[in-house]
Design a protein around this ligand. Structure first.
Ligand code: C5P
Length: 220
């Protein structure tokens, strides 16, 4: 119907950071509020899509009408995303940690007087967007984000290729922009045949505009 143009469509959205444990009480992570990813999941659900939101640890509320799968680590996020396939569209918004701790300690690492700090050995995490972009049962639309502080459009175009995505929403997250953790965003939509600059708007409005694009692309 007109009000629910995504009825019968399946969407997967990732959101938030991942936490990569060092031991049972410590972790490494990226900064991410989950605001943009959650807003996109909510916007797709409002248009009738059956949405699985795979979210890392965030403090914001679950969006209405969405199935939420909570994960901590990148490997868990990858497994949850692949388990939610097939889907018509995947939007990867999570700030996934590029590295995990190579061997997580089973017990809290104790600080002992006079001992050197423990070394932190890292291992590469799976690239979830790249995996989905090249997957056998790839969604018809695969969309990623690119947070950059310089050469935003250029880096976004390179990412489109490397990740096998149809669109990359590139945003300038230089500290002066206030985008990180804030309620507003300014993105460039990078597609195979060009780049579109969107004006600065609320993260909810970015979500609504992206959802409208998804409706148009899935019905063409
Ligand atoms: O490579 P980079 O992290 O800059 O790419 C950002 C895009 O890739 C985002 O859409 C992010 O969700 C996704 N990504 C991912 N898995 C990773 C790293 C990034 O899905 N391990």
């Amino acid at each position: 119907s007109e009000a629910r143009p995504l009825a019968g469509r399946k969407a997967i959205v990732t959101s938030g950071p991942t936490h990569e444990p060092i031991d049972p009480v410590r972790y490494i992570a990226n900064r991410s509020s989950g605001k943009q990813g959650h807003a996109i999941a909510a916007a797709l659900a409002r248009l009738g899509a059956e949405v699985t939101l795979v979210s890392g640890p965030v403090t914001i509320a679950d969006p209405a009408g969405v199935r939420v799968v909570r994960v901590e680590r990148a490997e868990e996020m990858r497994d949850a995303v692949l388990a939610a396939l097939p889907a018509d569209v995947a939007v990867m918004v999570a700030a996934v940690a590029d590295w995990r701790v190579a061997s997580t300690a089973g017990n809290k690492i104790k600080k002992r007087p006079g001992e050197a700090p423990p070394p932190l050995q890292l291992a590469e995490n799976p690239d979830i967007l790249k995996t989905v972009g090249h997957y056998a049962s790839r969604p018809r639309l695969v969309i990623g984000f690119a947070a950059e502080t310089e050469n935003v459009a250029e880096n976004g175009r390179a990412k489109l290729q490397k990740k096998g995505a149809d669109y990359i929403l590139a945003n300038d997250v230089s500290p002066a922009t206030g985008i990180m953790g804030g309620d507003r965003n300014r993105v460039k939509l990078i597609g195979r045949d060009g780049t579109e600059e969107w004006p600065e708007m609320g993260k909810d409005d970015v979500a609504a505009k992206l959802a409208a694009l998804i409706v148009a692309k899935l019905s063409s």
